[in-house]
Design a protein around this ligand. Structure first.
Ligand SMILES: *Cc1c(COP(=O)(O)O)cnc(C)c1O
Length: 460
């Protein structure tokens, strides 16, 4: 029999799409610590979380016992607009690198939001609608999450207010237009529409905004809506990692069809949702002792929460209105350099990812320079055709590095990485990269220490 021909693209049929999300917490040996009420420092109860999130999302946030959670039909039907997403064999990249490695990527950019974020947005909007809420509030940085939630809220007829980090709002005005097209109301953050925004604006240095600030504003508006609205977050939370598990489950099913299994799984890590979603399905094998894939989280050198952060309780926002999460963090007052262009600028990391990293199941975190990231993005675009989001290009950079190591050693490893989205709204940063004017700005050690020294003091 001849060698099996593996196609460039593997698509599952619609009826092969998962009917359940996988909740990796059910298999984790040490579960991560609960979210804490910031005032009492006691574990946040469902009722407390329900003031911020929809009821079902609060329940999912706390669920560490059910390994599988049913995907509602309405959500699965929406998924069918843009899923299953292709698993691509990167033959062109392999040839270009002249590597014996087999490189696969799961491409999540085939929808208008241009990223994997829609996988969670539609679930969160659905549960809000089911509960009879009037609408949601959220923040957005680069804009993919705001767009995804605008699409999801538009679909279910929910109101949406998006606080968009001001420097991004000014750099990417068309993102705003896209969100408005789906019916969202977009406000540059920090703004004078909230108490916390006005307080943060008292220091003019804060004008360009941050994700942490935009979160504070969005949470405040939800909390003051008289119960009509809830807040929705596009990453970091357990519920988001749960919804994103659809990426890994589809990847595994497609790889099974090809008789393949990854030796190395690579994801970029901002708040950790795509990595968590891609990884969970394979992490289960590792946690249950059935296989031992090597997991790598890739983060920007300018916002290195896993590689330079501390594992501690911290606020999820700058204004300190959210519950405390046990996570790798640079401190909630940390601001990456303004010259940092490539997204992934959150100060903390998903508690699930953090605990798996702390316990050594997530094998490695690697911080990379943005000039190298954009070089990898351009190479990838030229050989594979897709214009990657700068965030995704962090994973590309490390996939290339690992494939080149295989070239050195002659090993034929199977590499799987997450290609989370497309970069059409990031052409300003691409332009700088092509002009050679992009620079690297890793934070000074004392800046990290200063921010980490402001972590909340715990009473235990
Ligand atoms: C938001 C985003 C990321 C980073 O978020 P995670 O929660 O770490 O996955 C990565 N890639 C794209 C395209 C994004 O939009």
């Amino acid at each position: 029999m001849g060698k099996r021909e593996i196609p460039y693209k593997t698509y599952l049929a619609e009826n092969e799409m998962p009917k359940e999300w996988y909740n990796v917490r059910a298999d984790m040996k040490t579960d991560h610590r609960s979210l804490l009420n910031p005032v009492t420092q006691q574990p946040a109860k469902a009722e407390e979380l329900e003031a911020v999130f929809s009821r079902e999302c609060a329940a999912q946030e706390l669920n560490d016992s059910d390994a599988y959670i049913e995907i509602p039909d309405a959500v699965r039907n929406f998924y069918k607009m843009y899923r299953p997403s292709p698993l691509v064999r990167a033959y062109c990249l392999e040839k270009y690198l002249d590597t014996p490695a087999k490189i696969y990527y799961k491409f999540e950019g085939n929808n208008t939001s241009g990223s994997h974020k829609l996988n969670s947005a539609i679930a969160q909007a659905y549960y809000a609608k089911e509960q009879g809420l009037k609408g949601l509030t959220t923040e957005t940085g680069a804009g993919q999450w705001g767009t995804a939630l605008a699409m999801a809220c538009g679909y279910f007829g929910l109101d949406l207010t998006v606080y968009m980090v001001r420097c991004s709002y000014e750099q990417k005005p068309q993102r705003k237009t896209l969100m408005r097209t789906y019916g969202a109301h977009v406000i540059a953050s920090p703004s004078d529409t909230t108490e916390v925004g006005r307080r943060i604006l008292e220091n003019p240095a804060n004008r360009s905004g941050s994700l942490g600030t935009a979160i504070s504003e969005a949470v405040e508006v939800a909390m003051k809506s008289g119960g009509e609205r809830r807040y929705s977050l596009g990453s970091v939370l357990n519920q988001v990692v749960l919804h994103q598990s659809v990426i890994g489950i589809e990847s595994r099913r497609a790889m099974e069809k090809l008789d393949e299994y990854p030796d190395i799984v690579i994801g970029c890590a901002g708040g950790g949702s795509n990595l968590g979603g891609l990884m969970s399905e394979f992490m289960r094998d590792k946690l249950r002792g059935n296989a031992n894939p090597y997991f790598i989280a890739v983060e920007p050198m300018s916002c290195p929460s896993l590689t330079k952060g501390v594992f501690a309780y911290d606020y999820c926002d700058t204004g300190k209105v959210t519950p405390l999460a046990m996570m790798y963090t640079l401190g909630s007052s940390f601001m990456p350099a303004t010259s940092h262009a490539g997204g992934l600028r959150y100060h903390g990391m998903s508690p699930i990812i953090s605990q798996l990293y702390h316990d050594g199941y997530l094998d490695e975190a690697r911080a990379v320079n943005q000039t190298d990231v954009f070089d990898a993005a351009v190479k990838f675009a030229r050989v594979e055709g897709i214009l990657p989001a700068p965030e995704s290009a962090h994973a590309i950079k490390v996939a290339i590095d690992e494939a080149l190591k295989c070239k050195q050693s002659g090993e034929e490893k199977t590499i799987l990485f997450g290609l989370t989205g497309t970069g059409y709204f990031d052409l300003y940063a691409y332009e700088k990269s092509l002009d050679g004017t992009l620079s690297d700005a890793p934070p000074a050690q004392d800046a990290i220490e200063a921010s980490e020294s402001k972590l909340p003091k715990m009473d235990f």
